[in-house]
Design a protein around this ligand. Structure first.
Ligand SMILES: [Zn+2]
Length: 154
């Protein structure tokens, strides 16, 4: 398998992922500005603590040099998604010493507003592992993005 393209549309975003031998590029188009930032989803931390607590051990290179726990309270949903994918990838990692790496960028002068680009590196993993990690990640992100809607309905 040289490369694989996965495209899907969820309620909150459209995702196109090009998967190569040891890396992947995701284009995530978030469909409503309400879903751009985790600050609109106060239950984000609780859901992560419950479902994916290891994510808080991630090293995160952000401008303010915040821990990921602090950063996760108010960051781009796409950046959170990057960390979620990396965590699911690391859980299925064969070589635990291998470092996984991700980066999230956006340039809304060049692209449509709401478009985020996530690049992932997984040097010693099979691309199929990424497909499984993506499925888990999408489920968890949907849970987070659904959390406010549910709360608002009460
Ligand atoms: Zn980060």
């Amino acid at each position: 398998m040289d490369s694989l393209n996965v495209q899907l549309t969820q309620n909150f975003f459209r995702l196109s992922v090009d998967i190569n031998q040891d890396s992947a590029k995701c284009i995530m188009e978030i469909l409503n500005s309400r879903f751009y930032s985790t600050k609109n989803f106060p239950q984000t931390l609780d859901i992560l603590k419950q479902s994916l607590p290891q994510i808080f051990y991630h090293q995160c290179f952000n401008d303010k040099k915040l821990s990921f726990l602090e950063e996760a309270k108010n960051t781009e949903v796409a950046h959170l998604f990057e960390h979620i994918i990396l965590e699911y990838l690391s859980q299925s990692q064969r070589d635990k010493n291998e470092h996984l790496f991700g980066e999230t960028n956006w340039n809304w002068y060049q692209d449509q507003p709401g478009v985020f680009k996530i690049s992932l590196n997984f040097p010693k993993e099979k691309p199929t592992v990424l497909v499984v990690a993506l499925e888990h990640s999408i489920n968890l992100l949907e849970k987070i993005l659904n959390s406010v809607t549910k709360q608002a309905a009460i």
